[in-house]
Design a protein around this ligand. Structure first.
Ligand code: IPE
Ligand code: IPE
Ligand code: MG
Ligand code: MG
Ligand code: MG
Length: 322
């Protein structure tokens, strides 16, 4: 009930945002992207984190929505970089318009996100902008590593975890820390809630990698097999590279080199994952990070029933299909 009420407030806030009119080619893609919705979990995390420390959450709505606008900016650019045709079940912005449009509309969204933070009370604004700027730079660092790893010969699981921590997890961490700071959490509580977010974020990206292979395209809303086609060094791929016997390994490496025969490549790699039990290994890894996340949540000084809302949400994300 509480979560539904928060989502409702959040949706109202997001619907009330305006993005400018001219040139229409600049602003229309932003409205298109934002109207596709998505799960909107990051701003919800901000509200739930704020609610842990104070019942007043209305002043958190704009900053929370700023996190969502920023997230949508990263998706618009990510889809160019990943050559993705589908997002939330619809044509991606760079395919519906073109790459230059997606670059520029994305840029304006980043600016918009910064502007939305101006509603934060003056005493807290420098701190919030400092944390947000750091987080935003880290997302870019993670995205560059993700690109580098497509070409790189040797990528370890540790490298991969560092990469997804940057591209995905720090934003969930920031979303939670933001809510905590805005409602005057202690430094220790803010740190623990952030760590809850980072570990949930790592598990979230592992689940995303899993769904990219095993998801249903209808519910997932993205092209299934896209990571395999692009030669992404996901947890699944790295584990397969690590555990394949010489024959299978050679075969896998041959497929990795190939850029044509997309369907055959997805099929062959998926069959090898099956043979090596990669799906189960990924699920175990997701659990490990989920457990880590919960330990940090337990250490937060806040009412148990409020923490349970965050726990429940994180649990839902671990089994998400979209
Ligand atoms: C997609 O994020 C990008 C990743 C970090 C995996 P979401 O899965 O939260 O995307 P939406 O906003 O719900 O569409
Ligand atoms: C998402 O990684 C990271 C960011 C958007 C910063 P992915 O490339 O796996 O995200 P999806 O699968 O396209 O949503
Ligand atoms: Mg992508
Ligand atoms: Mg990507
Ligand atoms: Mg993905």
């Amino acid at each position: 009930v509480q979560i539904a009420a928060f989502s409702e407030k959040l949706n109202q806030t997001l619907h009330s945002l305006t993005y400018g009119e001219n040139p229409v080619e600049l602003y229309e893609p932003i409205r298109y992207m934002m109207q596709l919705g998505g799960k909107r979990i990051r701003p919800l995390l901000t509200l739930l984190a704020a609610d842990l420390f104070d019942d007043q959450i209305d002043h958190v709505l704009q900053p929370a929505a700023a996190v969502e606008v920023f997230h949508n900016f990263t998706l618009m650019h990510d889809d160019i970089m990943d050559k993705a045709p589908l997002r939330r079940g619809r044509t991606t912005v760079h395919e519906k318009w073109n790459a230059n449009t997606a670059i520029l509309s994305g840029d304006v969204m980043l600016v918009k996100a910064y502007e939305m933070f101006l509603t934060v009370e003056p005493a807290k604004l420098p701190k919030v902008l400092q944390l947000f700027s750091k987080c935003a730079a880290e997302v870019c660092e993670g995205q560059q590593l993700d690109m580098n790893f497509e070409q790189a010969g040797q990528v370890s699981i540790d490298d991969y975890i560092r990469m997804i921590t940057l591209k995905t997890a720090v934003l969930l961490g920031f979303a939670l820390e933001l809510g905590a700071i805005l409602n005057n959490a202690s430094a220790e509580d803010a740190e623990n809630i952030k760590q809850f977010g980072i570990n949930t974020g790592i598990a979230f990206q592992l689940r995303d990698d899993l769904l990219d292979v095993y998801g249903n395209q209808e519910s997932f809303g993205k092209r299934v097999g896209g990571d395999i086609v692009a030669g992404k060094k996901t947890f699944l791929m790295l584990t397969a590279l690590e555990q394949a016997e010489p024959n299978d390994l050679q075969n896998l490496q041959n497929w990795l080199q190939k850029t044509d025969e997309e369907e055959a490549k997805v099929k062959a790699v998926t069959e090898l994952y099956q043979k090596l039990g990669i799906r189960e290994k990924t699920e175990q890894h997701i659990n490990t990070y989920f457990e880590k996340a919960l330990t940090h949540l337990e250490n937060v000084n806040a009412p148990a029933e409020k923490k349970n809302l965050l726990k429940g949400l994180a649990l839902d994300l671990m089994s998400r299909e979209s």
